[in-house]
Design a protein. Sequence first.
Length: 211
Amino acid sequence: MCKACQQETWHNVINEYEKFGTSDDGDIWDSTTFLTLRCLGCDNICLLIRYVSSEDVDPQTGDPDITESVHPTPFRSDRELVNGYFSIPKDVRTIYEETIKSFNAGMLILTAIGVRTTIEAISIQQDIKVQGINTKIDEMVHKNIITRDGAVLLMLVKDIGNLATHEIKKHHKDDLSLCIDVIEDIIRNLYIHPQKAKLTRELIEGGWSRA
């Protein structure tokens, strides 16, 4: 999809850069490829980021899954993915990405369903086994994943998602944007900030300096 043309078009790869990383023992690896693309219809330029990890494997084929994102997003109402989203676990990242795409494409009912499903995905990833979304949110508070005030906001997200799922209710885009804000705050605190803190600690203890 081209942002300028607003349709699917062919693109040329202008340049490509791959960043490869591996664990100390070599058992775990990941690769991020950055491709600068030019639309063959209107010459619009965009960046395609392709991410592959040995930890994200298709259980049926055994091949690593490929995650792709285009920047800026090609949809009219752009909402970018949260910075550092590659740190998010695969299952949570997948539903979160689809929620953002639905929001940007104006599919507001699917967006509301997506934000609620993201809560479920986070609960599963955090090994919360209780039944019922309300009980899961309470368990998040108990495990210090969110604060009590955060739970109040998450209940709002849940209610909006439930209305979209069970009553096919379309909510205002501003309300859904707030729901995404709440989800992204949890994602940052659970996955992105700890990863950044870990890398910063390694820099400090290893005596390295940033370029």
